[in-house]
Ligand binder design. Structure first.
Ligand code: DGY
Length: 324
């Protein structure tokens, strides 16, 4: 029996591509270019499965309705799947899967990294040293904000959030609070001695650091708008490793300029890879190029997980990570 044809929309780590070659008749994206909408439509017509990523054009109704579509499963390389219109997928009868769990720890590490960097002015200090502008230690130089023992509020308290709570609570003695419309079990809540809040606003008002862990898109777009940013403490920091569109970026820029909040650590942006110009010149922000899951171990594991979903599907089984 011939192997299913699978198209990877971007370049993957070598180990994951090797596995893809072993399992499927795979088409790689050797030069790692961003596929055009036309290429994505063609992929739909020529492959049995495609494995897209967050940086592709959205696989929307237009792409799902490509004439003579052959593709039966869209296996996302990523846990977030706002790059796929799942309603359009359901309408077209195409299965959609994602890659949860394997990137939990590394994404949580980046959230903690941003939190520490922005609170302790690590990016700023590093720039000072590199620019040869440091003229020595003194008692008032670059005073920052202490992290240990502070209040950390979560918007969304799923797997990645809990991994952040693990590090923040047990490593840094932080007090945990959260809002999640689908809260975890009592056991999980008790593990972190977490305070369950009844609204996003309650978390914002109470926290020294706010970290976002909700999906992007839909009603979460611009969740952190001018009004809600205004509810945060003036001394508070915002951390975003979720999706850029959850924050109203112009409102955040204004809040940072006006001292409405103290700073922000951002791994994701509303219009990646474009970053609002004003952010680039601000010292009270730390900016990363969507690095949450960017370790070799994790990116290989994401590839293998995406492939195992495709394999399960063509073996006639329900893929483990089906989201539509
Ligand atoms: C994820 O897995 O959601 C990462 O943000 C990359 O897509």
């Amino acid at each position: 029996m011939s192997k299913p044809k699978v198209i990877l929309t971007r370049k993957w780590p070598a180990e994951a591509e090797a596995k893809a070659k072993e399992l499927f008749d795979v088409v790689l994206n050797e030069d790692d270019h961003k596929m055009s909408v036309e290429e994505l439509k063609q992929a739909m017509q020529t492959a049995d499965a495609i494995c897209p990523t967050v940086s592709d054009f959205q696989i929307n109704d237009d792409i799902f309705s490509a004439e003579n579509r052959k593709c039966k499963i869209v296996s996302n390389f990523g846990v977030g799947f706002n790059n796929i219109d799942t309603e359009a997928a359901k309408k077209a009868g195409v299965v959609v899967t994602n890659t949860p769990e394997v990137l939990t720890d590394c994404t949580a590490d980046i959230a903690m990294g941003l939190l520490l960097c922005v609170a302790r002015r690590i990016g700023e200090g590093e720039r000072l040293v590199r620019n040869k502008e440091w003229d020595g230690w003194c008692p008032t130089h670059m005073l920052a904000t202490k992290v240990t023992g502070k209040k950390l509020g979560f918007i969304g308290f799923g797997r990645i959030a809990q991994a952040v709570a693990q590090k923040a609570h047990f490593g840094f003695g932080m007090e945990i609070s959260f809002f999640d419309p689908y809260p975890p079990s009592t056991e999980v809540i008790q593990k972190y001695s977490a305070k369950q809040m009844d609204s996003v606003e309650a978390v914002l008002k109470d926290s020294d650091f706010v970290t976002l862990h909700c999906p992007g898109g839909g009603s979460n777009t611009n969740l952190l708008n001018k009004e809600r940013l205004g509810m945060m403490k003036k001394s508070a920091f915002l951390i975003n490793t979720a999706r850029g569109d959850v924050v109203d970026e112009p409102a955040l820029v204004q809040a940072l300029k006006d001292g409405v909040i103290a700073g922000a650590g951002l791994d994701v942006f509303a219009k990646e890879p474009t970053v609002t110009e004003d952010l680039l010149t601000m010292e009270n922000v730390v900016l990363l190029p969507h690095l949450g899951s960017a370790t070799t171990e994790t990116r290989v594991a994401m590839g293998l997980r995406a492939l195992s979903n495709v394999k399960a599907f063509f073996d006639g089984n329900e893929p483990g990570d089906r989201v539509a």
